[in-house]
Design a protein around this ligand. Structure first.
Ligand SMILES: [Zn+2]
Ligand SMILES: [Zn+2]
Length: 351
């Protein structure tokens, strides 16, 4: 089969590698669509993990083989698969901090080599503990591309649940890439007011269509001043940082009110440093939160929101590319053009 193999030094090459072999309790999926996610891009661009690996973890496809003992799935089932599933028993799981569970950190889907998701390949092997709890069937009539968005939507929903915005709160979302736009859609349905910022006009337009009451270009608008203007001089009740550019956390602080929450969602690189005033946190009684990855408790709800169409995630898909063009997909995701948003790789396509 063909796979996009990370070879180190930021290099990803499309190569022929053996189709994975499954064991008992496992399933083999023919990958029809896999989203390009910034966490994978960072691992590739900054060489965060040792090569070789096949990345890609927003994976949807068709079950083509099942190992002995598998009763939940059969060949022909259309499915979407999560690459991490927690043990539900350890210290962290008991406290529902699933992403810190040692079992959760183990990747359970692979196209070969050290398991790393494998979705940027034609076939993936899904290991037994993922088959048990981390695979959802895709209803008839729902495209594989839409189904790939269940996992990223789950990560955003988890953050929204954690932040618990209240009706009438002013929530500012910095960054309106695919993740920022999902936040816009999800925050909107809580009844809170949404204001967003981004430097790409098309993203601001889409944000307005997705429910943002205010959509600002931070180069033209003083976001902090606008936030205060809309809140009797206080500032935003919640700020979600959905982009990672230098100075963005300071900007988030500047537009937040005393006693507010600031959520870091895009700061996934251990080498990135943030600077902010300690007094804004201490004297200003602000809470700085982090949130990462998906929650198994929200898996069903995320699937329902995506499949049922309540959250119109398909509007976020801008490009569908064959595997051989994956490098240009990475470039587009790293350096978005005026129209690029979510980029989906379709490994069964040749052109
Ligand atoms: Zn992701
Ligand atoms: Zn656990």
């Amino acid at each position: 089969m063909h796979a996009a193999v990370y070879r180190g030094g930021s290099v990803v090459s499309v190569e022929q590698i053996p189709t994975p072999v499954i064991g008992s309790g496992e399933i083999l999926i023919r990958v029809e669509a896999c989203g390009i996610c910034h966490t994978d891009l960072k691992k590739i661009e900054y060489n965060l993990l040792a090569p070789p690996r096949v990345y890609g973890h927003e994976t949807a496809g068709v079950v083509v083989a099942v190992g002995s003992g598998v009763t939940k799935f059969r060949p022909g089932d259309r499915v979407v698969a999560f690459h991490h599933i927690p043990c539900r028993q350890c210290f962290y799981c008991q406290r529902k901090i699933y992403a810190q569970c040692p079992v959760y950190k183990k990747v359970g889907i692979t196209a070969g080599f050290e398991p790393a998701g494998g979705g940027f390949a034609q076939y993936v092997r899904v290991m037994d503990w993922i088959v048990d709890a981390g695979v959802e069937k895709i209803p008839d009539g729902i495209s594989f591309e839409r189904a790939t968005l269940v996992e990223p939507l789950n990560t955003c929903l988890k953050a929204v649940v954690q932040c618990d915005p209240q009706p009438e709160d002013l929530v500012i979302i910095l960054g309106q890439g695919p993740i920022g736009l999902m936040f816009t859609m999800l925050i909107r349905r809580t009844g809170a007011r949404v204001a967003v910022s981004d430097t790409i006009d098309a993203r601001l337009e889409l944000a307005s269509q997705c429910g943002a009451e205010f959509a600002w270009d931070p180069r033209k608008v003083d976001v902090a001043a606008e936030a205060r203007r809309l809140t009797d001089g206080r500032g935003a009740d919640l700020v979600i940082v959905a982009a990672s550019v230098p100075g963005i956390v300071e900007q988030a602080m500047a537009c937040s009110r005393p006693g507010s929450r600031i959520l870091l969602f895009a700061q996934t690189s251990a080498t990135e440093r943030i600077e902010t005033s300690g007094a804004d946190l201490c004297v200003g009684e602000r809470t700085l939160l982090g949130c990462y990855s998906a929650s198994i408790d929200l898996q069903q709800e995320s699937a329902k929101l995506v499949f049922g169409g309540e959250i119109p995630v398909e509007a976020l898909i801008s490009h569908r590319l064959p595997l051989v063009k994956i490098r240009s997909g990475f470039d587009l995701a790293l350096h978005p053009g005026p129209k690029s948003l979510k980029i989906i790789v379709q490994p069964q396509r040749w052109s």
